[in-house]
Design a protein around this ligand. Structure first.
Ligand SMILES: Nc1ncnc2c1ncn2[C@@H]1O[C@H](COP(=O)(O)OP(=O)(O)OP(=O)(O)O)[C@@H](O)[C@H]1O
Ligand SMILES: [Mg+2]
Length: 257
């Protein structure tokens, strides 16, 4: 049996029998179709995420991971032409990005988007002004003590790892229901990555739901409950993180690891 046949079989079997992927209706995307102009990029993507899970969204370069996150966050591009997105039963697909943000969806993009000219604390202040309050600053600083030490420092002068911490902290400062992380470990030394991993596990313990996109698939799978693999804009596999880690052929075919 080829890996893709095996993956398809797994999907069918799990959908019916594996309680680990039974949906609790917390977050779902159904048949997302998104375009950049005429380029059809996100093709009928459907998946569910349960409350409090970390789900890894994986795939090779250009598979459509960032585009899927952007479509969920209701960015202007790619344009969502068809499909539905529900968060706690509320439809998100008709929203603008600021409305999705107010509904509790926070996208931490690859470039982290720290606002120039503002200190760490002022970056957090802006997040709070922009929406309903989430974690207070002390709680964010407990999660990332380095941010507390540097709270008066201009955000754009932080190291890459510290900027990632600030970007996550900013998401937590709002009333956060779904955290979307695009390549959070990019450019980070392993020791800094470990700090972020630990923090993300604490965020999960606090009940927050996360979708993590990472080129470092093994690192992402290590902290994830489940995984979704995209291939040329389509869902190629859904299952537990352990299934991906244990299936060498699957990893080789879709993740090149
Ligand atoms: N602004 C854009 N305009 C046109 N095409 C785009 C645009 N952004 C991305 N694409 C195309 O959409 C496809 C999916 O890109 P996307 O960035 O979603 O992939 P990805 O899985 O995040 O890749 P990577 O791992 O390299 O970050 C690619 O073929 C890419 O060239
Ligand atoms: Mg990307």
């Amino acid at each position: 049996m080829s890996t893709s046949e095996k993956a398809a079989t797994l999907n069918v079997e799990q959908a019916g029998t594996n309680p680990s992927i039974a949906s609790d209706g917390y977050f779902s995307v159904e048949n997302l179709n998104a375009y950049y102009g005429d380029s059809y990029i996100v093709q009928d993507v459907s998946f569910d995420v349960n409350e409090g899970e970390i789900v890894a969204l994986l795939g090779r370069n250009g598979a459509g991971k960032t585009s899927t996150l952007r479509a969920i966050a209701r960015a202007d591009e790619p344009e969502l032409r068809k499909g539905e997105i529900y968060l706690q039963g509320q439809s998100v697909h008709g929203m603008k990005s600021y409305q999705a943000s107010n509904a509790g969806i926070a996208l931490v993009p690859e470039d982290r988007c720290i606002i120039q000219g503002l200190t760490v604390e002022e970056n957090l202040d802006l997040a709070v002004i922009a929406g309903e309050k989430g974690w207070d600053y002390e709680r964010i600083y407990d999660l990332f003590p380095r941010l507390k030490e540097r709270r008066k420092q201009e955000g754009t002068t932080l190291s890459g790892g510290e900027q990632q911490m600030l970007a996550i902290g900013r998401a937590l400062a709002k009333d956060l229901k779904l955290l979307l992380l695009d390549e959070p470990y990019e450019g980070l030394a392993p020791v800094v990555r470990h700090d972020i991993e630990k923090a993300l596990m604490q965020v999960r313990e606090a009940g927050i739901t996360t979708i993590i996109v990472e080129q470092n698939a093994v690192a992402a799978l290590k902290i994830s409950d489940r995984a979704i693999i995209l291939d040329t804009g389509e869902v190629a596999f859904q299952g537990t993180a352990k299934e991906v880690l244990d299936d060498e052929a699957l990893r080789h075919e879709y993740l090149a690891i």
